[in-house]
Design a protein around this ligand. Structure first.
Ligand SMILES: [Zn+2]
Length: 153
């Protein structure tokens, strides 16, 4: 892994303020983020990666809950980049927590490497049905609903 220099850390802090991670997990999960400042961090669900990506650039790996294949991507400047494979699907169950706040139901929120896996998973899923959406689409929906508090210069 690339070494993080002091100037990069300071730059990240000034861009985003102190970073408060959401969905952090002490146990390994299907969802791993690689943060420039903190190294590897596991989060509880697929949407947590994207929510953290609103605050900081990161690299991520999401393991499909059906077949175990890894979907990797970067989030740069609140945009999904370098998706591999190209068309993973997100199933996300949201609940409202008031204006500018968003909650997601983690047990029902997953990133699938391909549509077939999502279809297979949904066929045995008994919980609340959520939104089925591509990662770039969900990221842009988060960007619209959870705008930056401070406008870029
Ligand atoms: Zn899969």
């Amino acid at each position: 892994m690339r070494r993080v220099t002091k100037s990069e850390v300071l730059k990240a802090v000034s861009n985003y303020g102190p970073i408060r991670l959401v969905g952090f997990s002490d146990e390994p999960t299907l969802y791993r983020m690689i943060l420039p400042q903190r190294g590897d961090v596991y989060v509880k669900c697929g949407a947590d990666i994207l929510l953290n990506g609103l605050k900081t650039d990161l690299r991520a790996e999401a393991r499909c809950p059906v077949c175990g294949n890894v979907t990797s991507f970067h989030i740069d400047q609140r945009r999904i980049e370098d998706l591999d494979p190209k068309e993973p699907m997100l199933h996300v169950v949201e609940f409202k927590m008031g204006p500018r706040h968003l909650g997601v139901e983690c047990e029902s929120t997953h990133i699938f490497d391909k549509k077939d896996c999502l279809t297979k998973w949904v066929s045995t899923y008994a919980g609340k049905h959520g939104l089925v959406i591509s990662l770039p689409e969900y990221m842009s929906s988060l960007n619209q609903r959870l705008p930056r508090k401070v406008s870029p210069a």
